[in-house]
Design a binder for this molecule. Structure first.
Ligand code: AMP
Length: 421
């Protein structure tokens, strides 16, 4: 085969698409119940949008972006995350003038040049939502509650919510100085990447996967929670209280800082033991400065992004998909006259909202019946010359194999009545 799909990408085949549609439907329904509206942004943006928002020292911007020059020599990037494009759109389209609080969600593809493995792709999909315009913990709690509801509705019970506050920029600045002073004496004990992080972007040390680095942090890094100012603390306490009120369990993890530059105060992640090494179902947090950093007015905001492929993997583990809704009715015909009658009958049934399928290979009646069985049809309409001569079509109930003659005249209405009985 000459053409293969690109490493780290996946075909979602017809036999799998119904699972995606099922999950997408539940996601949209729940988000819309919470009054979020869908937003769709372009597949690529100016590269600077991401370097400015996500941060030049992050893995995403420094290593993983698909960046190219267009014919006008403009540097563009396939979106590697979805918050920055949504905020760019929020500012550009003056969504703050439509309502004081903007609530949007997305279901979209994104692109990161990562090392592919189970649950980690180069083109993958996320759903997520952003609540822009509120600084209050009710907003953070709602964002967490929405994803929680979605996972619960889909049948995921085993999940852990880790929660942290990394403070406002001011309190974080104080913390970072203390952190640097505490870790500097141990510089040589960290991995090479962390040694650089310590100089360039020290908070990112917490994201390191190496156990040796984590144990140095456990021993010597002070907790960011001890450096929060009063209003950060009050915000965090209030968020925890709201989560308790709606029975959402969480564990506070002071090392959860998340990889991007734009977070302030709340950060959170939900993991599931149903997944393997890549166990994060979703992550999010508050980003009170992103709107102004991207050229808008100072506007607080909070959001979450959740991996679709990981969610589907978890649901596969649970066997949580309902069976595929196959074609409930199959029309099998034999001969030219029957084909015409069948074709017209099927068009009428579809117009009346009855999903149905027919044969496109002019196969024998036996082969068509086999096909109907394979497609999971509950009903088969059989039309041949002898039926036409008798002025009927046969409606076969595939569950109990009973057959009924249905007069050809206005057959579609009579069939609908019979199958809905
Ligand atoms: P992030 O945008 O990195 O915070 O990721 C949010 C969620 O997207 C994660 O919790 C994962 O569920 C999912 N995710 C992130 N990176 C990938 C990837 N390369 N492949 C598949 N899913 C991913």
């Amino acid at each position: 085969m000459k053409f293969q799909r690109i490493k780290g990408t996946k075909d979602i085949l017809p036999s799998e698409v119904y699972r995606w549609q099922y999950v997408e439907r539940i996601i949209s329904e729940i988000l819309e119940n919470y009054s979020y509206k869908e937003i769709r942004t372009p597949a690529f943006e100016m590269t600077e949008l991401f370097s400015r928002s996500v941060g030049t020292d992050t893995d995403i911007v420094s290593k993983e972006m698909y960046t190219f020059l267009d014919k006008g020599k403009q540097s563009l990037t396939l979106k590697p995350e979805l918050t920055a494009p949504v905020i760019r759109s929020f500012i550009q389209n003056h969504l703050d003038q439509v309502a004081p609080v903007t609530k949007v969600y997305y279901l979209d593809a994104l692109f990161r040049q990562e090392r592919p493995q189970k649950g980690r792709l180069r083109q993958f999909h996320q759903f997520g939502c952003e609540l822009v315009g509120s600084e209050y913990p009710e907003a953070d709690a709602e964002i967490i509650k929405v994803v929680y509801d979605i996972y619960k509705e889909l049948g995921i019970k085993a999940m852990t919510l880790r929660l942290n506050s990394i403070g406002s920029r001011n309190s974080r600045r104080r913390y970072l100085d203390v952190l640097r002073d505490s870790l500097k004496p141990h510089l040589q004990e960290f991995c090479a990447a962390c040694q650089q992080r310590l100089e360039k972007n020290i908070l990112r040390l917490f994201d390191c996967k190496a156990e040796s680095c984590q144990s140095i942090l456990d021993e010597y890094a002070p907790s960011i929670l001890e450096y929060l100012d009063d209003s950060d603390l009050e915000h965090f306490e209030s968020l925890k209280n709201l989560l308790e009120l709606v029975n959402i369990d969480f564990t506070v993890d002071h090392k959860l800082v998340r990889g991007l530059d734009y977070y302030t105060r709340t950060t959170f992640e939900i993991t599931s033991p149903l997944l393997g090494a890549q166990d994060a179902l979703c992550g999010g947090g508050r980003y009170d400065h992103l709107v102004e950093d991207l050229g808008g007015k100072t506007t607080p905001a909070v959001g979450v992004a959740a991996g679709m492929e990981r969610l589907l993997l978890a649901l596969d583990e649970l066997n949580a998909f309902p069976p595929e809704d196959l074609h409930p009715l199959y029309i099998s015909t034999l001969g030219e006259r029957a084909r015409e009658i069948g074709f017209k009958l099927r068009a009428e049934l579809i117009e009346s909202g009855v999903e149905s399928e027919m044969d496109f290979l002019r196969r024998s009646l036996k082969a068509q019946m086999r096909e109907a069985g394979k497609k999971g049809a509950n009903w088969v309409v059989i039309i041949g010359d002898s039926e036409i001569d008798r002025g009927v079509v046969i409606l076969k109930n595939m569950t109990d194999s009973t057959q009924t003659d249905i007069p050809i005249d206005s057959a579609s209405q009579k069939i609908i009545k019979a199958i809905n009985r």
